[in-house]
Ligand binder design. Structure first.
Ligand code: DAH
Length: 344
């Protein structure tokens, strides 16, 4: 039996030596060391030996088993290392290879300009109205009547305003100023809101005009609001948006819903004030209309103009973007030409 044990041992050592993978090593381990392995078969026959032989052969079998277990473990460790290295080598990533090209979408310049304007005005204390107070499909009541725009005002003319077939007095809004009425009908002063959105006008399309564009309306109503506050807010807005070095001017004007009214011009970016085609030779470009809210408008929404006063303004987003980025044709915003859009 001793010889038998030693023979098995020699074979096992040779087998272990030969294997070159962990799975083959598992097979060898099974063949010799498992419950059904060759050593256990021998150990089963120990009971037929004398006590003396049992001890000798038994302890030899144990010795050999533990030696083999050690060998198997060593072999396992070394195979594990080699296999791991092989795997790492195979799965190695070449970080120097060029990546796959993924075309990247960009924010539309009108969207980013709107975000920029809104965030400047938020910094000055204004908050954006809820969308329910700023619908694009509007009644004449909000778009005109309550803004003190008389029935015979040319702005109501079918030439300018898109009427709908929904009902006789339903229009696509021609200005965001109607949001003022929505807000003031629902909320008492102090009110300090802005309302960005799209407006529609029945214009002949050219480099300066499109049949829809975007405005940002502003409204501030409280006690003791003066024209000085209006100038302060708008000057600060312009300084932040254009930078301090861009000359601007306030010019007196007229809007039915403000009294007094003003328009704000900034120096033409195309000619630097010398006068060119873009600014029709004046050197200036209008960016917004503004004024003190007309007492008639306040009265209409139930705010007492003896107690409260306010200012309002409406600026054109396309205008502001064109002036900042020197874009000379409004149609570029709506053509979806990626050569244009990629520049932003
Ligand atoms: N709604 C005017 C327009 O579309 C712009 C405007 C002028 C808005 C004066 C105002 C304002 O709030 O006070 O031309």
């Amino acid at each position: 039996m001793k010889e038998q044990l030693e023979r098995i041992y020699t074979n096992a050592v040779a087998d272990i030596e030969k294997v070159d993978s962990i799975s083959l090593l598992e097979d060898v381990k099974g063949k010799y060391l498992s419950r059904k392995g060759e050593f256990n078969e021998i150990k089963k026959n120990l009971k037929n030996l004398s006590d003396e032989d049992k001890r000798i052969v038994g302890s030899l079998a144990n010795d050999i088993t533990s030696k083999l277990e050690k060998l198997v473990q060593e072999k396992y460790d070394s195979l594990y290392k080699t296999e791991l290295n092989k795997k790492l080598q195979k799965e190695r990533i070449d970080v120097t290879l060029p990546g796959k090209f993924v075309p990247k979408g960009k924010v539309h310049p009108l969207t980013s300009t709107t975000h920029e304007i809104v965030s400047i005005l938020q910094g000055l204390g204004f908050s954006v109205v809820e969308s329910k107070d700023s619908p694009e499909v509007e009644t004449e009541y909000f778009n005109f009547d309550m803004l003190n725009i008389p029935k015979d005002h040319p702005a109501r003319d079918v030439q300018d305003t898109f009427f709908t077939t929904l009902a006789p007095n339903v229009v696509l809004r021609s200005q965001t100023s109607g949001a003022q009425i929505h807000v003031m009908e629902n909320k008492k002063p102090p009110i300090r809101v802005i309302s960005p959105g799209r407006v529609y006008r029945n214009e002949n399309i050219n480099a300066r005009k499109y049949n829809f564009f975007h405005q940002i309306e502003g409204l501030y109503v409280d006690k003791n609001i003066t024209f000085g506050d209006l100038k302060g807010v708008l000057n600060e807005f312009i300084r932040i948006y254009f930078g301090a070095s861009r000359p601007t001017r306030f010019r007196s004007s007229f809007f039915p819903f403000t009294e007094p009214s003003a328009e704000v011009d900034v120096q033409c970016i195309m000619c630097g004030g010398k006068g060119c085609r873009t600014c029709s030779g004046t050197g200036w470009l209008e960016i917004l209309g503004a004024g003190m809210v007309d007492p008639n408008v306040l009265r209409g929404v139930g705010i007492d103009p003896e107690i409260y006063s306010g200012f309002a303004f409406g600026m054109g987003v396309e205008r502001l973007a064109m002036l900042k980025y020197a874009i000379d044709d409004i149609r570029l915003f709506f053509n979806d030409d990626v050569r244009f859009l990629n520049q932003f």
